[in-house]
Design a protein around this ligand. Sequence first.
Ligand code: GLU
Length: 417
Amino acid sequence: MSEEVNPFESLQEQVDDAAVHLDVDPGTLERLKNPERVLETTLSVEMDDGSTDVFRAYRSQFNGARGPYKGGIRYHPQVSRDEVKALSGWMVYKCAVVDIPYGGGKGGIVIDPDDYSESELERVTRSFATELRPFIGEDKDIPAPDVNTGRREMNWIKDTYETLENTTEPGVITGKAPDSGGSAGRVEATGRSVMLSAREAFDYLGKQTDGATVAVQGYGNAGSVAAKLLEDLGASVVAVSDSSGAAYDPDGLDTRAIKERKSETGDVTDYDTPETLTNEELLTLDVDLLVPAALENAIDGDLAEDVQADVIVEAANGPLTPDADDVLTDRNVRVLPDILANAGGVTVSYFEWVQNRQRFYWDEERVNEELETVIVDAFDDLTETFENRDLPNFRTAAYVLAIERVLTASEQGGTWP
Ligand code: GLU
């Protein structure tokens, strides 16, 4: 992993690359590359032993032209102001690519959740929710899960917000447990859109998913669900990894059994496979499809030279550096960008928010059908843009499409004051 690449600079470069193909004046371009505001806060939280620990936390609201800010909150030691800014920008363009009525935001706490008890994590989360309270709301900014957060944290945030506001407003946050207003299908949604994007991309490129070999880097929620659904499509998932390394079987792995083993022991490499690999070896395997599903900067320009996959579908946010993109474009490796491929999460968050506001809940079949429509339509819009504008790769096509939608909304709003 290339530590030195700043994800915020990557986002800005991606927007610049697309702007070359658009008629955007320099002032507007600057707005498209910078957040509207960033909250930086310091949380003081009592630990179980009575001591106080201090945590840095952020929420970036990047652009609200198309609707309330929307995006997850991550808990990770690597969280930084620039990372959160980048992730919030990616949310703007992600929501625009799939054409859901949101702007983009993102939050994070600098913390390794493994080092804290559940009650400590609850106090950390409630403290952050208290700081966020003036800035969030179902028509303002709607957080959601991200790396190392899920239903439990979302339920705590909802409860803190509703208690302080003395109201019932489940749509203030998405990714909740079903009994607290969560949507059917939300947990699987990110992995499902990765599978749908891979299926559409293979179809577009005249390749078969049935029998295709797949490697998945990262076996959290997005990676493990994508692997399972790709296996259900008939693909052979030959390698999956986490921070412990990669489990590898050239004849194909049982993705569900590995997930079960990982939830018992914490590591995919505890599953009995013929071979284990390093993450780097997994990323350079000769497979039909590579799915990076961990963190940013998994593949840099150097590693991209050794990638042997034909197609990459990005389940993580920002797993390729701009240098990697250049190398892979030159080498004709097709990359389905994060802002389409992992947009299933925020799309089903949107469905959750709609259901919360209507107090009317859908079954999982309906959620999955509506998600499929959104992703397939977005894929078609992306490939149409790619072909009609003669663009270098799918990422630039996705940004051209998204930026045009954001600009249209801004222009319709005019300039004020
Ligand atoms: N954290 C997810 C993402 O990066 C989901 C965001 C959401 O549901 O708002 O897209």
